[in-house]
Design a protein around this ligand. Structure first.
Ligand SMILES: C[C@H](O)[C@H](C)C(=O)SCCNC(=O)CCNC(=O)[C@H](O)C(C)(C)COP(=O)([O-])OP(=O)([O-])OC[C@H]1O[C@@H](n2cnc3c(N)ncnc32)[C@H](O)[C@@H]1OP(=O)([O-])[O-]
Length: 695
């Protein structure tokens, strides 16, 4: 009898499978509870086989009982599936998350799980990569028993209770998949259609469906061959490399540092027991919900009675919906409300989320500084305003940081934590930790207009507008970006969020001039090319979905289906004629290069300025806050995949063609990285430090 403990002492041999090696999947150590060691993928080939080891366990004539504690993920669960029985601690979590790394279960998981729990349930777990609790695993049939006690003792007791029983019926590879209701082919066709639509170009989910289909239609040995073939198509793919890079990048950003030398491991966060949210508009409501869902008592302050009443109802609904989805009780008891700012006198941290107006925010920070405890952190949810200006309104500017959430704040995983020149390391550490407790990917960024995400977005948006002036349509630009993997192209996103949002910012920045600007000055602002197209549409009340038309038409205000708008096309033709612009045919590749390389170039400027500490920070911001396709790793990883010399050459080409667009002028850091041999993206941080030290 052998026993396995999911996170303490896997008894399996320390090496891996010949088949795995054949697939290029070389694991120098048997899969731990977290599955294969991602860091070892592609390392030198060594070690005995993983898959034959699982086969040997399964074929054994003694009952092998897996005792699962902590995690049993990927290869860890596949090892347990080779056992004859599985006992899990009630706090254990199990799953086959390979798809999140651009892979598929490659040690028989795609063949055994469907045989054990049926095709539909197995498809759900393998395509999503989601973890299941021990209770759900028991309900699905993945485990035979759940214990609250010592798992190995329970496994030994279980093994003794089954000693001597025949094992044939416990060898999952000998099973056939349980029959599905309805036609099997129709089921797989429907699943594949949904997966292809949702994957938007990701290849691993498609391969996962194909592997499970092999389990449902082929004998086990043939199915294993199919699993190996499919894994071979994924293992060395760019998408797998991107997703594995992103896996480590998400963890790297919590090891933050700032140019002034503050570091994550030298800054102790303050305890946060109670939080306040100021302003219950869309963002404030989402932030309050996210805090309550994370278990924090939240006092929300809204001075407008009507807004307060409406917000109470909306927040309760959001909490109820979220709780129902999670199968838990709604944390309504965490919420309290007031219209009086005195209600925040006892909180440890405040998140201001009022209207994006510097005058109003300054007033709020003055009030907070007077009302709150002297050591309370005062945070702002501003999306681009100067955090240090707000800090200067308070008694303790070192306790002011930005916490920039992304709408909807209770859903989007990204949190930009903005440190000003006076923010203390402890304030930064506290906000970063609060974000992590809220389930966010917290990224520490410096204080500049637009911080990181919105600052880079500006360069990308400008190129989209310029392409319209030069002959493109919103549909052409959007389809190129959606083909790349964005769920929505820029113009559809603009119609969704409202063209008036950007218009307000451009007016505040002195870019959007009143009236219809004509003549050469219409397209120049602050000495550089400017497109007034968005302003002109706003002046005509075309704000997007909310008004029924914007870059597309929607049939009626609030319509959701974007259709090309003949009016917009003729408007663009008249605009080009008016400004002497001769339209030309624009290739989708140019759309991608102009939009994405301008964005990437600004990313290099941000690294050069020290506003982001490394490419991982920028890539997490774009993957978790701006819909960058996860299987492409992020803009800086993508630049490395394209090749920095190529990116540099294309930027030089476009800058020569458009010398009035400084965003296209290659950043000197990009040039220096190319000159230093284009190091891999994982080495940029140290390369930048070295380059900075040489300056
Ligand atoms: C054959 C088979 O078919 C295939 C081919 C495979 O098996 S492919 C592999 C499949 N397995 C996975 O996809 C599981 C991936 N891991 C996770 O999902 C999470 O880790 C977790 C299990 C839910 C725990 O979360 P956590 O928040 O408690 O800790 P952490 O911060 O995430 O992790 C703590 C530290 O462990 C590191 N780490 C975690 N899992 C790792 C892994 N599989 N390989 C290498 N390092 C790993 C992580 O980088 C971090 O390092 P550092 O930053 O401290 O230096």
């Amino acid at each position: 009898m052998g026993g396995f403990c999911g996170n303490k002492n896997i008894l399996a041999p320390k090496k891996c499978s010949g088949e795995a090696r054949h697939r290029g999947l070389t694991q120098n150590s048997a899969p731990g509870p977290k599955g294969a060691d991602i860091k070892e993928f592609g390392d030198s080939e060594s070690g005995p086989p993983l898959i034959p080891m699982i086969h040997a366990i399964e074929a054994g004539n003694k009952p092998m009982v897996a005792a699962i504690e902590g995690f049993a993920l990927g290869g860890g669960l596949e090892l347990a599936l080779g056992c004859h029985y599985r006992i899990a601690h009630s706090k254990a979590r199990l799953g086959l998350p390979e798809v999140t790394l651009g892979l598929l279960p490659a040690a028989g998981g795609s063949q055994r799980l469907p045989r054990l729990i049926g095709v539909p349930a197995a498809l759900d777990l393998i395509i999503t990569g989601r973890h299941v609790t021990a209770a759900e695993a028991l309900q699905l049939g993945i485990v035979d028993q759940v214990t609250d006690h010592h798992t190995v003792d329970a496994a030994v007791k279980f093994a003794l209770s089954v000693a001597g029983r025949p094992l044939d019926a416990r060898r999952i590879s000998s099973y056939s998949c349980p029959p599905v209701s309805g036609d099997l082919d129709a089921l797989f066709e429907e699943v594949m259609r949904k997966v292809r639509r949702g994957a938007r170009g990701a290849i691993a989910p498609v391969a996962c469906v194909q592997a499970v289909r092999a389990a449902a239609t082929l004998p086990y040995a043939r199915g294993m061959e199919r699993e190996r073939e499919l894994m071979a198509t994924l293992f060395t793919s760019g998408q797998a490399r991107a997703l594995q890079y992103s896996f480590f990048a998400q963890r790297a950003v919590s090891r933050w540092s700032t140019p002034s030398g503050a570091r994550w491991d030298a800054s102790a966060p303050k305890p946060v027991r109670k939080v306040a949210v100021i302003g219950l508009g869309t963002m404030g409501r989402g932030i309050a919900v996210a805090l309550a869902q994370a278990g924090f008592p939240v006092v929300s302050v809204e001075t407008q009675e009507k807004q307060l009443t409406e917000a109470k109802r909306a927040v309760s609904q959001m909490l109820e919906r979220g709780a129902k989805r999670r199968g838990v009780a709604a944390p309504l008891d965490k919420m309290s409300y007031s219209s009086n700012i005195q209600a925040v006198a006892d909180v440890d941290l405040v998140i201001e989320a009022v209207f994006e107006d510097m005058g109003l925010k300054k007033k709020i920070f003055q009030q907070l500084s007077a009302v709150c405890k002297p050591d309370a952190l005062l945070c702002t949810n501003t999306s681009s305003l100067d955090v240090d200006q707000l800090a200067s309104q308070t008694r303790n500017p070192e306790l002011v940081v930005g916490m920039h959430f992304f709408a909807p704040a209770h859903v989007m995983k990204l949190l930009e934590v903005v440190y000003g020149p006076r923010s203390s390391p402890q304030a930064l550490a506290t906000a970063m930790q609060l974000g992590k407790k809220m389930g966010k990917v917290s990224v520490a960024v410096g204080n500049c207009p637009g911080f990181v995400g919105n600052r880079m977005l500006k360069a990308y948006v400008e190129q989209a507008f310029f392409l319209l002036e030069e002959g493109a349509t919103p549909e052409l630009v959007d389809s190129a970006l959606e083909e790349f993997g964005f769920s929505m192209g820029f113009f559809k996103v603009s119609d969704l969020s409202g063209l008036d949002v950007g218009w307000k910012v451009r007016k505040e920045d002195g870019l959007a001039l009143p009236g219809v600007s004509t003549g050469p000055s219409a397209r120049i602002r602050q000495g550089r090319r400017y497109s007034p197209l968005g302003d002109l549409l706003c002046q005509r009340g075309r704000f997007g979905q909310k008004t029924g038309s914007g870059w597309y038409q929607y049939g009626k205000p609030g319509g959701r289906v974007a259709t090309p708008d003949p009016w917009l096309h003729s408007f663009l033709e008249e605009y080009r004629a008016q400004h002497g612009l001769v339209p030309r045919r624009i290739d989708p590749q140019e759309v991608l290069e102009r939009c994405l390389y301008a964005l990437i170039n600004e990313g290099f400027r941000i690294l050069e300025d020290g506003i982001a500490a490394g490419p991982e920070d920028i890539d997490c911001i774009y993957v978790f806050g701006y819909g960058w396709p996860h299987y492409r790793g992020g803009p800086m990883f993508y630049a490395a995949m394209v090749g920095l010399p190529k990116v540099l050459e294309r930027l030089e080409h476009y800058y020569r063609a458009h010398p009035d667009v400084p965003d296209l002028q290659p950043c000197s850091l990009l040039r220096r990285l190319v000159a230093s041999g284009s190091p891999p993206v994982q080495k940029w941080k140290e390369a930048i430090k070295k380059l900075h030290s040489q300056l």
